[in-house]
Design a protein around this ligand. Structure first.
Ligand code: FAD
Length: 457
């Protein structure tokens, strides 16, 4: 049967745009549908505006810190409208770049909702198109808790379009989005409470990093409520009261739910195509991003695995190469680095101590120090660096850092881990002085041994 397109991509986010662009570049007849905003979550209501907001928050601290270096910079009030206007212009520019890149590659674009009519046919705003292969790249959406008064709170999408800075913010959720917005609102001048179910924020990250983040957030003046949840939200005009499971009552102007994200599969007509989902609603794929229907693929957050933009784009690129190119580019999905743009930020690559120690004996190296600049500013900001090293092979299994520039530093270490660097390789690397980063190549004394051989030593 002759199809209109060789490849139809549903979703113009990080994953879909990369897949469509590369496939079109290989000569395939490609179409991409986007129903909301080109560039998806990352560009419009995710990574990019979030990072700009974190940078806006940092400037306030820099104005205060400059005094330690002899500058008299008056902080003044933050101009929310001016900042949001600048941010929105940049987001509009970037979103347009994503659209143009696709058009430039020769892809046909549809600005409409796409849904399956049958395994090879899609409906787009009343029009039907057929494609030999279809890629589901529909991403995810923020989840809202099922608690009384949940309608009085917002989720992350709305956090980018607030009319002004709320004076008192209560955040539910200790994941990376909660931690990042806690730093953003605090840095911009709000009173911030973060409520989370676990004893420490950032479940799944290294325990030392989690503890260091909790300490750092408290040092920044963020009020932490561990091992608690919001049981109810009450509204009184524009004011909110968050009632916590531990009995506390927090007054707020904004209640922000950051409890997780769900794949976008509703309204896609996946049942018409016979595409299987896991119990949490994510599209199930194999190692080659194929669903249970051999001609239908899924990439990015809709598969709910490593929900990060660089992973989504790598999956899209690899899939387009595999289907239409001469061979897929290879990525190392085993050591995916990631950052949390909290205040201060943190970044991590490889295994946590707990995961590594469960596999065998590991040597742990930890450095904690006050960055040079803060000896002058007096700001209570500590840096933590940690290496997890396999005792037998001496390979570095994990590198973790909390502190200024952590995301920039750990990106380089991720290359080292991808190349299989050993502790001796780091030790023979000359540092750049004076930096915080040099600490990663000068950690000589083992802090402890962990894992199965600990008892034997
Ligand atoms: P999306 O970006 O969600 O794109 C999917 C697109 O499909 C959307 O544009 C949607 O409108 C469209 N769509 C859905 N259904 C249909 C349909 N039926 N028809 C047509 N179009 C449809 N990742 C990082 O790596 N670093 C970060 O710092 C970071 N920060 C984040 C901060 C926040 C607040 C959030 C929410 C996420 C953040 N992420 C970050 C995660 C990152 O944004 C996602 O991993 C990434 O956007 C996934 O890309 P995707 O293409 O799979 O999905």
């Amino acid at each position: 049967m002759a199809y209109e397109f060789d490849l139809f991509v549903i979703g113009g986010g990080s994953a879909g745009v990369r897949c469509g662009r590369i496939a079109a570049g290989h000569g395939a007849r490609v179409a991409v549908a986007e129903e909301r905003f080109w560039g998806g979550i990352c560009v419009n209501v995710g990574c990019i505006p979030k990072k700009l907001m974190a940078q806006a928050a940092e400037y306030g601290a820099w104005a205060e810190d400059a005094r330690g270096f002899g500058w008299d910079i008056s902080k003044g009030p933050h101009d929310w409208a001016a900042f949001v206007g600048a941010k929105d212009r940049e987001i509009a520019r970037l979103s347009n770049v994503y659209r143009k890149v696709l058009e430039g590659a020769g892809a046909t674009i549809f600005e409409a909702h796409a849904s399956f009519i049958d395994p090879h046919t899609l409906e787009l705003g009343g029009r039907r198109v057929t494609a030999e292969r279809i890629v589901i790249a529909t991403g995810g959406h923020p989840e809202r808790p099922a608690l009384p008064g949940a309608e009085h709170g917002i989720v992350s999408d709305a956090a980018f379009y607030l009319p002004g800075l709320p004076e008192r913010v209560v955040i539910l959720g200790g994941g990376y989005i909660g931690a990042e917005f806690a730093g953003i609102f605090k840095g911009l001048g709000a009173e911030v409470h973060m409520v989370y179910r676990q004893p420490l924020p950032l479940r799944g990250f290294d325990e030392d990093l989690r503890a260091a983040l909790a300490e750092a957030m408290e040092a920044e003046g963020i009020r932490l409520h561990p091992s608690a949840i919001i049981a109810e939200v009450r509204a009184d005009g524009a004011s909110r009261v968050a009632l916590l499971s531990d009995g506390a009552e927090l007054q707020a102007d904004l209640v922000f739910f950051a409890i997780g994200r769900r794949p976008n599969v509703a309204g896609l007509g996946l049942e018409q195509a016979g595409v299987a989902l896991d119990p949490f609603g994510a599209v199930i794929v194999d190692a080659e991003m194929r669903t249970n229907q051999a001609h239908i693929h899924a990439i990015g957050d809709v598969t709910d695995r490593l929900n990060l933009t660089p992973v989504a784009t790598a999956e899209g690129h690899a899939l387009a190469d595999r289907l239409f190119g001469s061979g897929p580019r290879e990525w190392n999905f085993a050591n995916v680095p990631t950052a949390v743009f909290s205040a201060p930020p943190l970044a991590t690559v490889g295994l946590t101590e707990a995961v590594a120690a469960a596999r065998g004996p590991v040597e742990i190296y930890i450095a904690r120090f006050t960055p040079l600049r803060h000896h002058l500013t007096g700001r209570r900001r500590q840096t933590l660096m940690k290496l997890v090293v396999d005792q037998a092979s001496q390979r570095v299994l994990g590198a973790h850092m909390l502190g200024e520039e952590a995301p920039e530093i750990v990106q380089g270490l991720a290359v080292a881990l991808t190349c299989g660097a050993t502790k001796a390789d780091l030790d023979r690397t000359i540092g750049i002085h004076p930096t915080a980063a040099e600490e990663f190549v000068t950690m000589r004394t083992r802090t402890r041994l962990a894992g199965v051989a600990r008892a034997a030593e």
